[in-house]
Write a protein that binds this ligand. Structure first.
Ligand SMILES: Cc1ncc(COP(=O)(O)O)c(C=O)c1O
Length: 398
């Protein structure tokens, strides 16, 4: 067996099952699950129609590069959304079967084990666990850069020693961040691009929450947008990962894209050709329709904004949580250890949340997720209000 498989950690939801095992919730209260970041708003009808209207394509193998119609729809979206001066649908855009598989597969394309020193993959901490698994199965080691409330949840790249940067081949960024909701501003991107220029590492920017935000006038900045603003219009060593799962409420469709540096995408396409990463033709047609429409995305945002507006005021000391800049999570500070908090909340109030320490690793003297829980506002409005009310009341009586 590949010995690197043994290095993989159990997924956070497995840890959650273990944490709750043997504890019975109060059956008088309806269960509310806010632990999983799975969108639950209905899939728009026009996307379903585009999917079922394209079943004719099932009779042939789709090319891995995807249809030009889909790549052009994505390129046009990128130009509209991020004001890019140009992006080439032929060489700088590649459809993928959701951003998760692509975030994983990309590391397998980038990591070079013959470059001398053992390779490192820099990840924010807390983080989306796929980055770690991708690094480990590519034969690299993750290097965690902590984020903290004191720094507004920006990763502290200045604390990374030169010797680490020298070994770094890939860096994952996540903006808006899962779980903290932090959005990277232009200055943070500028600094990362400088570091990438100096040390030659590739930046993989995970932007799957980019369309969940609360100020229609100020959508989160994306990495391609930052590069474009800074005159880096060839996107050297930069690739972004985007997804329809959250934007269009189609997590089951498995549809996203990768865009950026043409040379990196050429190698990634080669890798995917062998890996077998082509997107089915019906999904391609439905995806093109979804990327062309913004009306349903605005409505989706409105539903999340409504839930945050209705619950933010219920969060009081000893709890601490603010509005995220993007995404659909509260990253909530807990008055007791996050694991005990989550377990007792389940037992006494039948509400499931995810302990923050499950989303982070011990690094540089602590686990930056400890004493936080991640709360996904994915349930219907009334359930979110009920859940946050129960959490507030539970915390008051601790
Ligand atoms: C930070 C982050 N990146 C990527 C993904 C993967 O999303 P998908 O594969 O549905 O595009 C998720 C899903 O929850 C996520 O939270």
């Amino acid at each position: 067996m590949n010995p690197n498989l043994a290095k993989l950690q159990p997924y956070p939801f497995e840890k959650l099952r273990t944490l709750y095992a043997g504890f019975e919730p109060d059956a008088a209260l309806s269960p509310i699950n806010l632990s999983i970041g799975e969108p639950k708003h209905p899939t728009p009808e026009f996307i379903k129609r585009a999917l079922t209207g394209s079943l004719g394509g099932l009779a042939s193998y789709p090319p891995t590069i995807g249809s030009i119609e889909l790549r052009e729809a994505i390129a046009a979206w990128l130009v509209r959304r991020y004001g890019l001066s140009k992006i080439d649908a032929a060489t700088q855009v590649l459809p993928v079967n959701g951003s998760r598989e692509a975030l994983f597969a990309f590391a397998q394309t980038v990591i070079d084990l013959d470059r001398g020193e053992p390779p490192l993959v820099v990840c924010p901490n807390p983080f989306y666990q796929i980055y770690e698994g991708a690094a480990l199965l590519a034969g690299a080691a993750p290097y965690f850069v902590n984020t903290s409330a004191e720094r507004g949840f920006a990763a502290d790249y200045e604390a990374v020693p030169e010797a680490i940067w020298r070994r770094t081949q890939l860096l994952y960024a996540c903006s808006p961040s899962n779980p903290t909701g932090h959005v990277m501003p232009l200055d943070e991107w500028r600094r990362l691009f400088e570091l990438s220029d100096r040390h030659g590492f590739v930046i993989a920017s995970d932007e799957c929450y980019s369309e969940i935000y609360f100020d229609e006038e100020h959508p989160p900045m994306g990495a391609l947008q930052a590069a474009n603003r800074l005159g880096r219009s060839n996107f050297a060593r930069l690739v972004v990962f985007s997804s329809l799962s959250k934007r269009s409420n189609v997590p089951g469709m498995r549809s996203g894209f990768v865009a950026g540096d043409a040379a990196l995408l050429k190698s990634f396409l080669l890798y995917r050709t062998y890996h077998g990463g082509a997107m089915g033709p019906a999904v391609q047609a439905a995806s093109a329709a979804a990327w062309k429409d913004e009306i349903h995305v605005r409505e989706n945002r409105r539903l999340y904004a409504e839930k945050f507006a209705a619950t933010l005021g219920l969060i009081k000391a000893p709890l601490v949580a603010g509005m995220p800049q993007g995404g659909f999570y509260y990253w909530m500070k807990t008055p007791i250890a996050d694991t005990g908090f989550a377990r007792e909340l389940y037992r006494c109030r039948n509400v499931l949340v995810l302990p923050g320490s499950f989303l982070a690793r011990d690094a540089h003297g602590g686990n930056p997720g400890a004493n936080y829980v991640r709360i996904a506002l994915v349930a219907p409005l009334a359930e979110c209000i009920e859940a946050i009310g129960r959490i507030a009341d539970f915390s008051n009586r601790l």
